[in-house]
Design a protein around this ligand. Structure first.
Ligand code: CP
Length: 311
């Protein structure tokens, strides 16, 4: 049965993820072939929390497919300020658009929306929970750069507690063979218990938790850096104490393999020094660009337009 909404990265089967990635790579090679496939369709972007990449890459994706976009970029400019519920909002938006991408600070809000929606809902990030389209962006980037999604040692570094991109990517990668995780964080920002117990330990996935970036840098194929999520902290003092726990700079890059890749979902704050940007192993801006192609493929998939033959 075709997927109706994308709320968690696990809503997609591994085969469906692979199909979307392959379609995204095809679109990247020949974008003009797909330039009219969504003519007459509208995407609503309902962003109750700030975003640069996710919202604008969704909008670019729909425009690149020949469709149109509407929406809001902050809760303040919507009737949420008057007390309107997500359920009522999506019942109305369902009659204005054909598909909707929603970001919300409350975990589960896009899932609630999906219960009341007659159009596909895409979770564009819910609190510290999930960010499935960032995961698709990460996977297509890895596939393009490494040619595979298995047999990879991935270091994840920074805020592994609140970082929803980390949670979603771990959930997605454990479905591929021979994935090994090096989880690098301060003790206060280690992965949540449910990921450690229910996903990594239950799945017998090789992983190590450490606060020592330098020692493990030489063994990783990918280093996935993340920012410390200031907006999820209860107290500013803790944020200030932890925010610069790890800073990747040119000296540390000398410890890494020559064919290692540095990824980051962005935005970056201090955790990657700008001197790293010119290192050919720094792929985070390429990664952000891949997000447009994979979101084009996802929109086609959810609107059942990916089965139309493209000549
Ligand atoms: N990676 C990401 O979600 O970026 P934005 O918050 O800018 O959308």
């Amino acid at each position: 049965m075709r997927l109706k909404h994308l709320i968690s990265p696990l809503d997609l089967t591994v085969d469906a993820v692979d199909d979307i990635i392959d379609l995204g790579l095809k679109i990247m090679e020949n974008p003009e072939k797909y330039a009219h496939i969504c003519e007459g369709k509208k995407l609503a972007t309902l962003f109750y929390e700030p975003s640069t990449r996710t919202r604008l890459s969704f909008e670019a994706a729909m425009l690149n497919l020949g469709g149109q976009v509407l929406g809001f970029s902050s809760a303040d400019s919507s009737s949420a300020t008057k007390g309107e519920s997500v359920a009522d909002t999506i019942r109305v938006i369902s009659s204005y658009a054909d598909i909707c991408a929603m970001r919300h600070p409350k975990e589960g809000a896009p899932m609630v929306a999906s219960l009341y929606s007659s159009i596909p809902i895409i979770n564009a990030g819910d609190g510290g929970h999930n960010h499935p389209t960032q995961t698709l962006t990460d996977l297509i980037t890895i596939k393009k750069l490494m040619g595979r999604l298995n047999d990879i040692t991935i270091g994840m570094c920074g805020d592994l507690k609140f970082g929803r991109t980390v949670h979603s990517l771990i959930n997605a990668l454990v479905r591929y063979k021979q994935i090994r995780f090096v989880l690098i964080s301060p003790k206060e920002l280690m992965i949540p218990d449910y990921l450690r117990k229910d996903v990594l330990e239950a799945g017998n996935i090789r992983h190590i938790e450490t606060d020592d970036l330098e020692s493990f840098l030489p063994i990783v194929d990918i280093l996935y850096m993340t920012r410390v999520q200031r907006e999820r902290f209860f107290n500013e003092e803790d944020y200030i104490r932890l925010k610069d726990s790890f800073i990747l700079d040119a000296a540390k890059m000398q410890l890494a393999k020559e064919d290692m890749f540095v990824m980051h979902p962005l935005p970056r704050v201090n955790e990657i020094a700008s001197e790293v940007d010119n290192d050919p192993r720094a792929v985070y801006f390429q990664q952000a660009k891949m997000g447009v192609y994979v979101r084009m493929a996802l929109i086609m998939h959810l609107l059942a337009l990916d089965t139309i033959p493209i000549s």
